[in-house]
Write a protein that binds this ligand. Structure first.
Ligand SMILES: *[C@@H]1O[C@H](CO)[C@@H](O)[C@H](O)[C@H]1NC(C)=O
Ligand SMILES: *[C@@H]1O[C@H](CO)[C@@H](O)[C@H](O)[C@H]1NC(C)=O
Ligand SMILES: *[C@@H]1O[C@H](CO)[C@@H](O)[C@H](O)[C@H]1NC(C)=O
Ligand SMILES: *[C@@H]1O[C@H](CO)[C@@H](O)[C@H](O)[C@H]1NC(C)=O
Ligand SMILES: *[C@@H]1O[C@H](CO)[C@@H](O)[C@H](O)[C@H]1NC(C)=O
Ligand SMILES: *[C@@H]1O[C@H](CO)[C@@H](O)[C@H](O)[C@H]1NC(C)=O
Length: 341
């Protein structure tokens, strides 16, 4: 049973191997030659080739060739071996795409397809690019006059770029195609960016490349400013604290000095001109001066310092006696300064 199936399959294989045409699909660039190989086993007599719906060439098993045009030729593939015939169409043009049919006597004819393709141009628009690190860069590659639409790919330093980073669109321009591919990525390091376009007939892709120069990121000024400001702020705060402590200490010293002085003066005054102090209320209650003492007592200073006995004498002395004016006035100022804080 199994052997019978095998026999059938093997027989089928042998039959198809008797007459073959290769390749069945030929992509050829315009202006170049298209080659087809016909292999036949056993005696075959005559072989004919049909192209664009016309018989264009005949070859005999002995090697005699008859062709309608010089564009078509045929020969044995190697030496005088008649089992393989190479048929050539020279200088193919764009309108010559179509079927190529080969026939031998007593065999079913074989058909291959010829496609004439066109190589166009590839250009990355613009010059070499200089970018700052991490900056988004965009490259545009324009291909024109290709047939069919070329496959566009990109490389970075010779390595293939992931196709999620670029988009290619194409449009017909007469009987050829133009396409534009846009590559976007973040600049990291110096890179040779290459755009490649190819069609099946081309063994090596046509390419265009530019150089991407990546310069380091400039220092981040906002960060720098922030750092400077925070340091400055700290220094300022420290100065302020030192200043406050200093002022506080000085004030305390002055306060004690002032209190001592005042109490001393009060003592001497009450001793020397004791009566004058208490006889002067009339001056105090009169005119503008009458406001000041009440303001003093209103501020609560008298209570804060201690006795308000000396408050009245200082003022009374000022108005009553011109010679003691400066001393008393400075006394008054110090008095006021303390009141504010
Ligand atoms: C081949 O062609 C030549 C002339 O072109 C002819 O003399 C010769 O007989 C032919 N041979 C065969 C086998 O047809
Ligand atoms: C190829 O064919 C084109 C026209 O189809 C012609 O202009 C050109 O001269 C030919 N080239 C060669 C080398 O025969
Ligand atoms: C490609 O196009 C698609 C849809 O238009 C878009 O979502 C994608 O971001 C594009 N990619 C690039 C690299 O431009
Ligand atoms: C195709 O590209 C060529 C050359 O760059 C240009 O002259 C032509 O206008 C383009 N055609 C289309 C349809 O964009
Ligand atoms: C990038 O290229 C430029 C110019 O050729 C060069 O000055 C620079 O040092 C290169 N940078 C790196 C990171 O290689
Ligand atoms: C681009 O850079 C490469 C390598 O540095 C250099 O050889 C080439 O001349 C540059 N091209 C242009 C157009 O500046």
């Amino acid at each position: 049973m199994l052997s019978r199936i095998c026999l059938l399959l093997c027989a089928t294989g042998a039959v198809s191997g008797v007459f073959q045409l290769q390749p069945l699909n030929a992509a050829v660039l315009q202006g170049s030659d298209a080659h087809f190989n016909a292999t036949v086993q056993g005696n075959w007599g005559f072989m004919t080739f049909e192209f664009q719906e016309m018989f264009v060439l005949a070859i005999s098993e002995s090697g005699n060739v008859t062709s309608t045009k010089v564009q078509f030729s045929a020969r044995f593939c190697s030496g005088g071996d008649a089992s393989c015939v190479e048929f050539t169409i020279h200088n193919v043009s764009r309108n010559e795409s179509g079927p190529v049919i080969c026939s031998v006597l007593g065999e079913k004819s074989k058909t291959a397809q010829l496609e004439v393709q066109e190589r166009g141009t590839v250009n990355i628009t613009g010059e070499n690019v200089t970018a700052i690190q991490d900056q988004k860069v965009e490259f545009r590659c324009v291909t024109s006059a290709w047939y069919p639409t070329p496959t566009v790919t990109w490389t970075w330093n010779g390595q293939a770029v992931d196709n999620s980073l670029y988009n290619t669109s194409s449009m017909a321009d007469g009987d050829t195609f133009n396409s534009t591919s846009v590559l976007k990525f973040q600049a990291e390091r110096n890179t040779t960016v290459e755009c490649r376009a190819t069609v099946q007939a081309l063994t090596n892709p046509q390419s265009s490349s530019v150089f991407l120069v990546v310069v380091p990121k400039p220092p981040d000024w906002t960060v720098l400013i922030a750092v400077v400001l925070s340091f400055g702020g700290c220094a300022l705060l420290a100065l302020l604290i030192i200043g406050i402590i200093f002022c506080y200490k000085r004030r305390k010293e002055k306060q004690t000095n002032y209190r001592d002085e005042i109490s001393k003066r009060v003592r001497t005054q009450s001793l020397a001109a004791g009566q004058g102090v208490y006889e002067n209320p009339g001056y105090v209650s009169e005119g503008e001066k009458s406001v000041a003492p009440s303001e003093h007592t209103g501020s609560g200073f008298g209570q804060a310092i201690g006795s308000n006995i000396y408050v009245v004498p200082v003022y009374s002395r000022q108005t009553a006696n011109g010679s003691n004016n400066t001393v008393d006035q400075s006394g008054f100022r110090k008095h006021r300064h303390v009141t504010i804080v």
